[in-house]
Ligand binder design. Structure first.
Ligand SMILES: [Zn+2]
Length: 376
């Protein structure tokens, strides 16, 4: 089947759910309709007027961006303003736009893991945990005749994993009581008549990221018009930790000065800004945060890194970093363009696994770096 924007988002948010995003970050659907089918998807770091032109030329119907297209709220929609004109153009061409920003930065296997990978960091861990995934208990009341079908659907979706045990669940038989109203279309019983049905109380544990998928499955497999379930957050069980930065060992022994050259080459950029008092010191541990990560430098020091790679470093923050003895390499914010090369194969894998037909994923060919270097 050809997926809709909504179906694509549902799959994506299993990987990078919106609740991972930092507070106030306008992630998610930005423009257009979630109900439209998608055939050609342009993957981009930024949504800029030239990217919209590219999307139109390539007959794209969905843009997947890292940076939110609508980052500052529009005060009006007067199209003399270039930003508003861009929104108008997207809508007129029926191009939907979705953004995954700090949720993609935090995601396991997301932006900051890609950057750490590009730097060939070893033994990579979180710089600091910022979110723990909550575990949930899902309790489903299902007619005993359908207990097995529901259990199997959940197990197949890898729901109910506890440690090294998969397909864990608990069932207890009982009786469900209900009286369908005249407007109901009951699977069991007659409108207006009290019914008692043999039901099983089926319990499973699941991760926060699995909730939508589990409820979807229940609505598909459970025979009742109104499946009954409870969902409880568990007080003492937490799932995996998430955080924005990554930290690891350098791939080889190098001085700070040499490492700066390595970083420049790793990201294939024309230059980077180096903040250091110790250019000849060896690199011990390296922390990385794509984009504007300067404010995390105390955490970098606390975790024992002596090199921090991040973008958009401010002048006064750089003074504080320098005084602290940390060496900082600012390769610019545009290194996050790695998103294009990394997401396209991931989306192609999902398309295959989900049996999406007739959808093509295209990396934007444009550089959206507003800065260039003048070197002579
Ligand atoms: Zn960014």
């Amino acid at each position: 089947m050809t997926p809709t924007v909504a179906q694509f988002i549902q799959r994506f948010e299993q990987f990078a759910p919106q609740w991972l995003a930092m507070k106030g970050d306008p992630v998610g659907m930005q423009l257009g309709s979630t109900q439209q089918s998608i055939h050609r998807v342009l993957v981009t770091l930024d949504v800029r007027p030239e990217v919209v032109e590219e999307a139109i030329a390539k007959q794209v119907d969905f843009i997947f961006a890292h940076h939110p297209a609508v980052f500052r709220p529009a005060r009006n929609l007067v199209t003399d303003n270039p930003q508003n004109a861009m929104y108008a153009k997207l809508l007129a061409n029926h191009i939907a736009v979705y953004a995954a920003h700090t949720n993609l930065d935090m995601a396991a296997g997301g932006m900051n893991d890609w950057l750490a990978d590009q730097l060939q960091l070893r033994d990579v861990t979180l710089l600091q945990p910022q979110h723990f995934q909550t575990k949930f208990k899902l309790v489903i009341f299902v007619p005993t005749t359908h207990e097995e079908a529901v259990r199997q659907a959940l197990t197949q979706a890898k729901i109910g994993q506890i440690g090294a045990y998969q397909g864990t669940s608990f069932g207890i038989n009982g009786t469900g009581y209900f009286t369908p109203e005249v407007t109901a279309n009951p699977y069991l019983g007659q409108p207006g008549q009290a019914e008692a049905a043999a039901e099983t109380r089926l319990e499973v544990i699941l991760d926060q990221t699995q909730i939508d998928q589990a409820l979807d499955l229940i609505h598909k497999v459970h025979p009742y018009e109104e499946p009954v379930y409870d969902l409880y957050p568990l007080a003492r069980e937490t799932g995996p930790a998430y955080g924005i930065g990554r930290i690891g060992r350098p791939h080889t022994e190098m001085t700070v000065q040499d490492y700066a050259h390595f970083v420049r080459q790793a990201f294939q950029i024309d230059g980077l800004r180096l903040v250091t008092q110790n250019p000849t010191e060896l690199v011990k541990r390296v922390a990385v945060i794509g984009g504007d990560g300067g404010k995390f430098y105390p955490a970098v020091l606390a975790q024992g890194a002596n090199v921090f790679v991040t973008g958009d470093v401010y002048y006064h923050t750089a003074h504080d970093m320098l005084a602290s003895g940390l060496s900082v390499m600012d390769p610019g914010h545009h290194v996050e363009q790695i998103v294009k090369a990394r997401l396209v194969p991931l989306f192609e894998n999902w398309a295959q696994a989900e049996d999406w037909q007739g959808v093509q994923f295209i990396p934007s060919q444009l550089s959206t770096d507003p800065f260039s270097f003048v070197t002579d």
